[in-house]
Design a protein around this ligand. Structure first.
Ligand code: SF4
Length: 62
């Protein structure tokens, strides 16, 4: 499973790193970024929750 943030769409709200800090972080440009190449099984639920929580649908987890 991989997570990806579309930085052009991200508005930097900060939700995804608070929901799944092991998968997402805020980058220096104020946008979110995925910090793992593949999402560990133990983080799959929180990564999906972050995807569902993003207000602008900038996250894909698949
Ligand atoms: S939840 Fe969406 S808009 Fe908010 S920081 Fe994460 S990717 Fe960006």
């Amino acid at each position: 499973m991989q997570a990806h943030v579309d930085k052009d769409t991200c508005i930097g709200c900060g939700v995804c790193p608070s929901v799944a800090p092991e998968v997402f972080a805020m980058d220096d440009d104020g946008k979110a970024v995925e910090i793992v190449e593949s999402v560990p099984e133990s983080s799959a639920d929180s990564a999906k929750e972050a995807e569902d929580s993003c207000p602008v649908n900038a996250i894909s987890v698949e």
